[in-house]
Design a protein around this ligand. Sequence first.
Ligand SMILES: Nc1ncnc2c1ncn2[C@@H]1O[C@H](COP(=O)(O)OP(=O)(O)OP(=O)(O)O)[C@@H](O)[C@H]1O
Length: 349
Amino acid sequence: MNEEQVHEVLSEVEDPVLEDDIESLGLVKNVEMGEEDIVSVSLAFDAPHSPAETMMAERVGKVLANEGLRPRLRTEPPRIPSKLRDIKNTIAVTSGKGGVGKTTVAANLAAGLDEMGAEVGILDGDIHGPNVPHKMALEGELSALDDKTLVPPESNGVKVMSLHSMLPDGEAATLRGPKVHKVLDTFTEEVEWGGLDYLVIDMPPGTGDVPIWLVQTLEVTGAVVVTTPQQVAVDDSRRGVRMFQEHDVPVLGVVENMREFRCTCGSEYELFGAGGGNSIADEYDLPVLESLPLSMEMEGRNVPIARDYDSEMGDEMRVLGATVADHIGMVNRMYVSRGRGGGPLRASK
Ligand SMILES: Nc1ncnc2c1ncn2[C@@H]1O[C@H](COP(=O)(O)OP(=O)(O)OP(=O)(O)O)[C@@H](O)[C@H]1O
């Protein structure tokens, strides 16, 4: 079999999200026949552990094996330029309003992706109220390799970079002007992440100077917008969606948090109304990535519930990790096949 025939065989593999075959989408970057029926195929996949990309890679392996070939698969990143060294994908988690669970979702997204086997970091971009360390029990402290390189502490394998680790308690809230910019520069230039599949950024709430600086400076792969069902939270989230769209950052979808109160007695109550997540998702043609209950299990936790395999909420947070990875993969593959911003971001599920 020659390389052209291999390409033909590969056109049997469908991308279930983009609804076309991987050859037509331009996702097969290179095919090389080697000795003893070994065929090396390089695919433009860059969302490690995404269920959709894992499934497509398995299918590629299968169709080639059916032809008597011995496939060796490689992935070739789509090369969306990144300001941060060694980071494949950056995911901004944002909310229009404080207190809706943005940090909780960011911490659990990071933990959920880590549970899938990915290399993950989290950047606490909420510099005036850095809360990430409280939600992720840290092992060790921030250390320095030299005067220009900081090594973040870890939480169960997730690297955590927060202003909280750099400043005495309470000092972050008083940072102003040039000092804020110095801190932001440190975050982007001096942290040794050591090769990540995903960096989750817990964005400051709202659409002020700092979030806009982060969006402009870090080449964000995709954004997740967290809202509660109330109308005020939804109104504020709209501004968040628009901020990302204005800076050409794909919004992956909406997470609706505190949808209803789930009591340990088994009953459910809609304390904050209903439908907020759906209304913003419909308005901007975005998917609802996950709809999470208000759960008593979240009380006083310092380890993300995504680590807990006995909890229903833990299952939901891990599903969120897989869904977000799939949407990041979709953004990257769309970038390869249609160019950035080339089409609506709704997965066909
Ligand atoms: N689904 C949930 N069920 C119960 N409690 C929750 C849920 N999500 C978040 N919380 C709790 O709500 C509080 C606010 O959450 P969190 O700090 O994540 O919000 P935030 O949007 O990041 O707020 P801020 O803008 O103040 O940083 C925390 O005490 C958190 O434990």
